[in-house]
Design a protein around this ligand. Sequence first.
Ligand code: PMP
Length: 365
Amino acid sequence: SSQSALNFGAGPAKLPREVLAEVQDEILSYQNTGMSLMEMSHRSKEYGKINKSAQDSIRELLKVPDNYKILFIQGGGLGAFAAVAMNFMSRTGKADYAVTGTWSGKAAKEAEKYGDVNLVFPKLEKPGSIPDQSTWTLRPDASYFYYCDNETVDGVEFPYIPETNGVPIVVDMSSNIMTRKVEVSKFGCIFGGAQKNIGPAGVVVVIVRDDLLGAAMKVCPTVFNFTLVHKDNSVLNTPATFSVYVMEKVLQWIKQHGGVENMETQSGRKSGLLYETIKTSGNFYSCPINENCRSRINVPFRVGGPQGDEDLEAKFLEEAEKRYMYQLKGHRSVGGIRASLYNAITFEDVALLVKFMKEFQAQHQ
Ligand code: PMP
């Protein structure tokens, strides 16, 4: 049944069942108003409370200092790639990018439309490692330095915050926001789409240090201008009200489940179990990513040897679905298998996956 689906998708992804049940309860009449939240004005007092509560919850969960603003925009992660360039590039017209995989690569491409983009290390032949920081060519006059904390497609996660000697850091945390503690004060701007760890698709959370506001390029669309969006408290135009509403509930759920501290603990346990299974499989399963930057969130692996046996991988996916395990197919650009272990995925979900992997290996080795 649909109830028992184990959804390992990369995003949109599994949401906590309790949250969905609450949404179901309220869908026809939100807090006895006789209306769905979907049908209410973004300037209603009800939405105003949700908007504030979501911002407050993010501030509390990530311990966001007072000199940072929290905004909600639309346009997805891809929209944010353009938005950060248009908001922050103007100081010197230059920006430095670390390209560790698909999404930082796309972000750099987008930023090239708005200024001089330097890649701090040459394009990697194959993602899966992060060149040592001592080899990077960081420009002291860059307006900002950009990286992707967790590459969703490639399974590469930064084990540290880069040192930029004062150049503001802009980071994409779309796939690992709220999965570990973060020292917000080290960043100029943190952004992330909600559709993996904190909600449904449709909203991007932007956390921005206030001294970086006020410098958007003239061409910057109003809806992407962080200064103007902040000035109107993220209701400058009609936001994705339903997405923010569900996100607000997921944030409450995270608070009720031990906050980001516990999400971090669980992420470690879940990914630890999966990587251990891969490691002890005698190369039946293999993960191509360097051990020092393996993602705790998106785990790509091959079946049937390090190069992957595509027939066996197709069989793996087919057998997985018979056990209600879905969306395990690797991104089309890298192939193989990918298990995404976002916050709503439980340790028990991963234990079931691992049990299946062991049985599949026993049958097909
Ligand atoms: N950044 C990262 C790290 C992502 O994983 C994604 C989407 N998977 C994006 C950006 C792009 O997000 P969107 O599809 O919302 O534009």
